[in-house]
Design a protein around this ligand. Structure first.
Ligand SMILES: Cc1ncc(COP(=O)(O)O)c(C=O)c1O
Length: 394
């Protein structure tokens, strides 16, 4: 029996429900099935018209998906959760459920490049306007809201430059205007930051990242009120077909068991690598919320339990210096994505954020020479030594 008073570390291991009631299975069972048999024709009709509850078809829901959704809602302190085939599917379902043609939403401008592309490339085709502002400047959020604004969307810490946005202050603005605040919690996870406690209404994840933790799944999840999640499931997920596969939901459940220990190690290693970089003579600037020099350090201390494993930095010199550095790495893997056990390094301006125009990059505080590192759970000395030898080659 799971007890609410257990610590977060214990709850990630034991899940929202603990041992499977029907079978005694300690690991959550995988229901790898597309469809579910009806008891008889009346039962089938009752499931379809909502008179009775149960499983019909895995695009709509599935016990393994549902178990992952409950566990995520539980860890985020939300009433309900909804799993998706990717983080972007979760974000597009959220926005297209809340906004109709002719309406708009306000978003921070420093966000994952794929989210920016969805907001500026795809949604305008449906007549939905994303008003991207510097959310570190709260007055810009306030000024962008009008009577057609249906949502405020922020990412904090932000991809790729680790900008910190004050969740509580944004929630106050959202409440004042009677609209929900959604927070992309991918970089922090519920282990480090719980947006609902700070007044947000919806939490978004690319579960591909720390929730999976092993770089073997692409998935997304939303958590929020029962009412909103049910609306998104019925109006959008089921109809568009954004569903997650049961196997991927099962992999995420497995990932969640080690979320706390992994995040502890990511934070320890992140701090160690950030310190190493900040004292290195070839490094110009380090962006890590745990450093007192980070402009969002105080916000991070207020709203995060620890500072995570994501770092951005700039090397002294030109773009070629950065390329030589990345191409010289031997342990750290040159790849996009983040939150894996392996340390991953990329150049956002030419990869994850290549969907930004040069002006948008400048506006969003993403420099041409910025390098992003997702610090893994390897021995931190090995990571630092690899960074050191690659810097030496410049
Ligand atoms: C912060 C953030 N949100 C959302 C996404 C999109 O998630 P996915 O790649 O799972 O669609 C990403 C992907 O990198 C991300 O970094």
């Amino acid at each position: 029996m799971v007890k609410k008073e257990w610590s977060f570390d214990t709850l990630t291991v034991h899940g929202s429900e603990g041992i499977d009631k029907h079978t005694g299975a300690v690991a959550p069972p995988l229901y790898q099935t597309s469809t579910f048999a009806f008891h008889n024709s009346d039962h089938g009709a009752a499931l379809f018209n909502g008179e009775t509850e149960g499983y019909i078809y895995s695009r709509i829901s599935n016990p393994t998906q549902a178990c992952f959704e409950r566990q995520m809602a539980f860890l985020e302190g939300c009433e309900a959760g909804l799993a998706f085939s990717s983080g972007l599917a979760a974000i597009s379902a959220l926005v297209t459920t809340l906004c109709r043609t002719g309406e708009n939403f306000v978003s921070s401008n420093t966000i994952y490049g794929g989210t920016h592309s969805l907001f500026q490339g795809f949604l305008p085709r449906m007549g939905i306007e994303a008003r991207e502002v510097r959310a570190t400047h709260l007055d810009e959020i306030e000024a962008a809201i009008d009577d057609k604004t249906r949502l405020i969307f922020i990412e904090t810490p932000a991809n790729p430059n680790l900008d910190l946005i004050d969740i509580q202050a944004c929630a106050e603005i959202a409440k004042k205007h009677g609209i929900p605040l959604a927070v992309d919690n991918t970089f922090a996870t519920p282990a480090l930051q719980q947006p609902l406690e700070l007044g947000a209404e919806v939490v978004v994840h690319s579960a591909t990242k720390y929730i999976s933790g092993h770089g073997d799944t692409v998935a997304g999840v939303l958590t929020g009120t029962e009412e909103l999640i049910t609306r998104i499931r019925k109006e959008t997920l089921t109809q568009v077909g954004y569903c997650i596969s049961p196997f991927n939901a099962w992999l995420l459940l497995r990932g969640l068991k080690t979320l706390s220990v992994r995040m502890n190690r990511h934070c320890e290693n992140g701090n160690r690598v950030a310190q190493y970089l900040s004292f290195h003579p070839k490094i110009e600037k380090v962006y890590y919320p745990g450093l007192a020099t980070h402009p969002g350090h105080d916000i991070a201390k207020r709203q995060m339990k620890d500072f995570g494993g994501m770092i951005a930095f700039e090397i002294k010199g030109d773009l070629q210096a950065g390329k030589t550095f990345i191409d010289s790495l031997e342990l750290c893997v040159q790849a996009v994505s983040l939150g894996d056990c392996d340390t991953l390094v990329c150049h956002p301006a030419s990869t994850t954020h290549s969907t930004y125009t040069p002006e948008q990059l400048t506006q969003a505080g993403i420099s041409e020479t910025m390098i992003r590192i997702s610090v893994g759970i390897e021995d931190p000395s090995d990571i630092c030594n690899d960074i050191g030898q690659a810097l030496q080659r410049i």
